[in-house]
Design a protein around this ligand. Structure first.
Ligand code: PLP
Length: 373
């Protein structure tokens, strides 16, 4: 029997082969490779899908975070509250604009920023809160926005893992001052190369983001500020335009696969399945369980021997990464929920076109690794 990968990054390409080839060939024939009609059309289509006024297509999700912070005027001396249980890029972007990431621990139920632990970390330097909707699950946005309003802070959502996800019926990325998406190929809306997106409801902020994208000026050779070269290219935009109309269907498939894992795994005492939160529409970029009793690594090895691939996102919480260790090597910061999760989480195989037979194989192997037959 064939092995089960943790995801198949291009399974949908077979279904869309002709459309994607036509789109790519169209770009090559047109000779317009940068800032052409596909980028403009994609920005309009993705803004309509998300229900947001302004969308600026960028080179990567990391750049979207950097440009969002810059466009909001965040820089040296400022503090930005964020989660340590994320991919490094979230905190890295804060550092890249000269600000300081302030890590607040996460909730066990959502794996996302815990609003109850946030207020004590707010100082006169705090300028923004940057929640991440990890694995496709929404952070507690009402509470985050309530605190942001109380202390006059910006909210910048890192939606890299949650395209199409919702909080109380609204699309993630549209609930704060800025939303930042990634189209890295493994994300749930993935390009065939790097790509990212910045969205906002604020025209002035969108305008600055557009300038930052192209060397600090909209009109060529009229640079107004220091910017970046961070454009989404036409080929990626054309591919994303083919894929965007399918995203709801693919996210729905992910939810179906997640329901089946929930049903089949929730009785196993050693495994904690992801929580269903009443306010969120999870898109299961990852289906991530916790393996208790210090057995995660052993469990993962056992599954691997049975031909089932899994991943640990992320083995080290960001505040414990080498980059944040003071020179004396001692980390003062203790964020117990994140540190425990880093030791316990395991992401199981999931992708929108996963064949039921592959999932059944994965489930049988998981039960076997848990000592059940
Ligand atoms: C992938 C990811 C990013 C970075 O996106 P890139 O497009 O790879 O630059 C940022 N934040 C989170 C949470 C991510 O998962």
């Amino acid at each position: 029997m064939s092995n089960v990968p943790v995801f198949e990054v291009n399974s949908e390409v077979e279904l869309l082969w002709n459309e994607i080839m036509e789109a790519v060939q169209g770009v090559i024939r047109s000779g317009k490779f940068i800032m052409g009609p596909n980028v403009t059309a994609f920005e309009e289509e993705v803004a309509a899908y998300l229900g947001v006024k302004y969308a600026v297509a960028l080179n990567s999700g990391t750049d979207a975070l950097v440009i969002a912070l810059k466009a909001l005027g965040i820089g040296p001396g400022d503090e930005v509250i964020t989660t340590p249980f994320t991919f490094f890029a979230t905190a890295e972007a804060i550092g890249q604009v000269g600000a300081t990431p302030i890590f607040v621990d996460v909730e066990e139920c959502s794996y996302n920023l815990d609003p109850n632990k946030m207020e004590e970390k707010i100082t006169s330097r705090t300028k923004a809160i940057m929640p991440v909707h990890l694995y496709g699950q929404a952070a507690d946005m009402d509470e985050i926005r309530r605190l942001a309003a109380k202390y006059k802070l910006f909210v910048v959502e890192d939606v890299a893992q949650a395209f199409g996800g919702e909080y109380k019926g609204k699309k993630l990325g549209t609930l704060g001052d800025a939303g930042c998406f990634s189209f890295f190929p493994t994300k749930n809306l993935g390009a065939y190369g790097d790509g990212g997106l910045f969205v906002t409801q604020d025209e002035a902020v969108a305008q600055i983001a557009r300038k930052l994208r192209t060397h600090g000026g909209i009109n060529k050779y009229r640079n107004e500020m220091l910017g970046y070269n961070s454009r989404l290219d036409e080929i990626q935009a054309a591919i994303l335009r083919v894929k965007l109309p399918h995203i709801d269907h693919w996210n729905e498939n992910r939810r179906g696969i997640a329901r089946k894992y929930d049903d089949q795994l929730h009785g196993i005492s050693e495994i904690v399945v992801p929580a269903e939160l009443p306010y969120a529409k999870h898109v299961y970029h990852q289906y991530t369980v916790r393996i208790l009793n210090g057995r995660r690594d052993e469990f993962q090895r056992h599954l691997s021997e049975l031909g089932i691939s899994t991943m640990v996102y992320y083995p080290t919480p960001v505040h414990r990464l080498p980059v944040y260790q003071p020179l004396n090597g001692k980390s003062e910061l203790h964020l117990p929920v994140s540190e425990t999760l880093a030791d316990e989480v395991l992401s199981l195989p999931i992708w929108p076109l996963m064949h039921p037979e592959k999932q059944e194989r994965a489930i049988r192997s998981i039960r076997e690794a848990a000592g059940l037959r």
